[in-house]
Write a protein that binds this ligand. Structure first.
Ligand code: PLP
Length: 359
């Protein structure tokens, strides 16, 4: 089995697993305490959470706080719903459903266009009543990097807040300018079921989950195990950022050679190189996937695949329905080997060639 679906989720890092196990079945068998309890065991669990909070924050801008959430969808909902009401929301046309569906639920969004290269530039106006702008850092489907520093400046000039969905960017590229940043542990070798919202100091949010308000603006007992894994994955990402980037680039260069004859979707340069979204005219992607069962990859985004609808991201960069439906996404990272890429390319290219031969 070859796993090339890193945008969907990533393998748990052994270091993150070790950090979690301490809080699942600690050596003294007493690691189950509620981190919000004031007794000694509770305080020990709380200390683990605070260490993880520092580790997660170390890859985000100074001058903000971390609110732990159940996942990035929840973080994005808290940001979009909790940061105000009235006024309009502007989002790029390639946002994840976490942002676009929340905007729809809040009354609809003003949509910012992207170029055929998959970039959302700031040479477009925001509505006068805009209260919030959301532009993701790295797109989940095509990997293109967005000019978030420019969008932060533009939002500020319009007295609007700026939210970055940094789910695909955290630990890979630096995120420096925002009012709110949403992230998710399972996209960088942490566990599933834990995310966070970074909020700039001075910005108050209206809680969306009420109760004990253990996280200030979010209620619910925190999970020391999930959060310790999150923190360990963040520390590891920080430590290995340059090495991971180089590794991913080497795999990219290899893939570019091996997938000769395929068209790349999105910019070749302004991108994260662990995301490879390519197309071949006339390709039957469902058939290709069933013929390459030992390679885990995706048709469009994991969320949209299976829906039968062409990807909104591929449509936004100008692809026809047919071209969008003949696209596949391969995603790799830290634990992918050059051999994995070679073997996958062999299988995929052979299956695609067979289709060309027989139609
Ligand atoms: N935003 C982007 C860009 C994503 O890729 C995803 C997950 O696929 C999410 C948000 C939602 O993340 P989570 O699974 O933590 O809710």
């Amino acid at each position: 089995m070859i796993y090339l679906d890193y945008q969907s989720t990533t393998p748990l890092a052994p270091e993150a697993r070790d950090a979690m196990m301490r809080w699942l079945d600690g050596p003294d068998g007493m690691a189950f305490a509620n981190p919000h309890s004031p007794h000694k065991l509770g305080r020990l669990a709380k200390a683990a959470i605070e260490l993880a909070r520092e580790r997660v924050a170390a890859l985000l801008p100074p001058g903000g706080r971390i609110i732990f959430t159940g996942n990035a969808c929840e973080a994005i909902n808290l940001a979009m719903r909790g940061s105000g009401s009235g006024g309009s929301i502007s989002i790029s046309s390639i946002e994840h459903a976490a942002v676009s569906e929340t905007a729809t639920a809040l009354g609809g969004a003003h949509v910012l266009n992207v170029s055929s290269e998959g970039q959302c530039n700031t040479r477009q106006d925001l509505p006068d009543d805009c209260r919030l702008v959301a532009v993701m850092a790295v797109n989940n489907e095509i990997g293109t990097i967005q000019p978030t520093i420019d969008w932060h400046r533009k939002a500020k000039e319009n007295n609007a807040l700026f939210l970055i969905d940094a789910v695909q960017a955290y630990g890979k590229i630096e995120i420096t300018h925002a009012d709110m940043i949403a992230i998710s542990a399972h996209k960088f070798h942490g566990p599933k079921g834990i995310g966070a919202l970074w909020v700039r100091d001075g910005l108050e949010l209206q809680p969306q989950i009420t109760g004990g308000l253990q996280e200030g603006e979010r209620s619910g007992t925190l999970s020391p195990a999930l959060i310790a894994g999150f923190g360990a994955a963040a520390a590891l990402a920080k430590e290995r950022m340059a090495g991971d980037e180089q590794h991913v680039e080497e795999l990219w260069n290899r893939a570019r050679d091996l997938f000769d004859g395929w068209e790349l979707n999105g910019s070749d340069t302004a991108r994260y190189k662990g995301n490879f979204n390519i197309r071949k005219d006339g390709l039957d992607v469902a058939r290709l996937m069933s013929e390459c069962r030992d390679v885990m990859f995706s048709a469009g985004s994991a969320c949209a695949s299976g829906s039968g609808r062409p990807s909104h991201v591929l449509k936004a960069i100008g692809l026809s329905d047919k071209q969008a439906k003949s696209s596949i996404r391969l995603g790799w990272g830290r634990y992918t080997s050059p051999d994995d890429i070679e073997t996958a390319a062999k299988a995929i290219n052979a299956a695609a060639k067979e289709q060309e031969k027989w139609g």
